[in-house]
Design a protein around this ligand. Structure first.
Ligand SMILES: Nc1ncnc2c1ncn2[C@@H]1O[C@H](COP(=O)(O)OP(=O)(O)O)[C@@H](O)[C@H]1O
Ligand SMILES: [Mg+2]
Length: 352
């Protein structure tokens, strides 16, 4: 699809991670159809920064995170991490570079191997790469368990099902941090947790970031959570980026429509048919243009402030505070009406 550009990216020298024009397609069905999970996504993260990636469910956030890790490699696009183009390396070199990037997943319990003990789960990265001897690895695991707020004596020999969701997420954080990565991609790390535990895990992530000098990509569907932790936020919608900027000045989240929930318990065949037809025509129509709505009469529309950028999903126009209000050229010039006469009544021609 047409490129949406990289105008919002900062200088490459200042960034730890720079993703340009990332496209991820998945095969769908036997007729060669494809799901465009991510279309032309570009983003960057500076060292020590937390980039929030927010958007509704299914908009391609996790796919973007995994494509950065090359799991699986993207269909096209460039992923520059600490001066290395991850798309151009493979095998041993890719695996070694990837130790610098870790991931924390949404479901804390199922992301941990149920058959292994916690000490083995946390030490796995160190064991694979043969870091230090057995006793130093053991010591590191104990230190890490203490740092994430678990008692090493109790936790070491247990298995994941013996912990709560919040405790399992602490173990996932310990496992991610123990290999001393530069970047951690947190894929909805608090979505499956209670609100009270969410705050504890967010605080723990902040502490770990400060303590180990980490850089975070924080994925979530809840803008309030992302605003809490991020220095810069990228909003995704239908596989594309539609807004980038300071978390306090975002506008897109209020303007992107959310489909109403389905309330009918058992739809009749006619209603089901009508709903299916409406759904397929909604899928065919291009995404709504929140920027046009904002420039027009949408209630509460705000201009992008403090260096934030916002973008029209349909025509790829970017807007900043200096270019606001945006004026759009009319999409299709109206053709002149065919004249029925050789002249108008005012210039003395014949009246039709
Ligand atoms: N392995 C896959 N095969 C086919 N389609 C996939 C696959 N993974 C994700 N998708 C599709 O890609 C889209 C984006 O998914 P995902 O990145 O998981 O969304 P999010 O994390 O924003 O909720 C969805 O429509 C999903 O169905
Ligand atoms: Mg996801």
């Amino acid at each position: 699809m047409a490129g949406y550009g990289t105008a919002h990216l900062r200088s490459e020298a200042d960034t730890l991670l720079r993703v340009e024009n990332l496209v991820v397609e998945f095969p769908a069905g036997r007729r060669g159809l494809k799901v465009n999970a991510v279309t032309d996504v570009s983003l960057d993260v500076r060292p020590g920064e937390t980039l929030g990636l927010v958007g509704e469910s299914g908009c391609g956030k996790s796919t973007t995170g995994k494509a950065i890790m090359q799991l699986p490699p993207p269909t096209s696009g460039r992923v520059m991490f600490d001066g290395t183009d991850l798309a151009s390396v493979s095998g041993e070199e890719l695996r070694r570079t990837r130790t610098q990037i870790q991931m924390i997943f949404q479901d804390p319990i199922s992301s941990l191997n149920p058959r292994r003990r916690i000490e083995d789960i946390i030490a796995e990265g160190l064991n694979i790469w043969g870091v230090g001897d057995k006793s130093s690895r053991q010591q590191k695991v104990d230190e890490m368990l203490l740092t994430v707020g678990l008692d090493p004596k109790v936790a070491r020999g247990r298995r994941p099902h013996q912990f709560s969701g919040g405790q399992c997420q602490r173990i996932s954080i310990a496992r991610a941090v123990i290999t001393e990565p530069k970047l951690i991609i947190c894929d909805e790390p608090v979505s499956a947790l209670d609100v009270s535990v969410q705050a504890q895990i967010l605080n723990l992530l902040e502490d770990m970031k400060a303590r180990y000098g980490l850089t975070l990509v924080f994925i979530a569907h809840d803008l309030a959570v992302v605003k809490n932790i991020s220095d810069r936020v990228t909003v995704m919608y239908l596989g594309r980026i539609c807004e980038v900027g300071d978390p306090n000045v975002l506008t897109a989240s209020r303007l992107i429509p959310t489909p109403p929930p389905c309330s009918a318990p058992s739809p009749s065949p006619i209603r089901r048919f009508a709903r299916r037809t409406a759904r397929s025509s909604a899928a065919r129509s291009p995404p709504p243009c929140h920027l046009r709505a904002a420039a027009g009469s949408a209630p509460g529309a705000r201009e992008p402030r403090n260096g934030a950028r916002t973008r029209c999903l349909r025509c790829a126009t970017w807007a900043t505070a200096s270019s606001w209000p945006v004026t759009f050229p009319s999409r299709r010039p109206t053709p002149p009406r065919p004249s029925m006469s050789s002249g108008s009544p005012t210039d003395g021609g014949p009246v039709p």
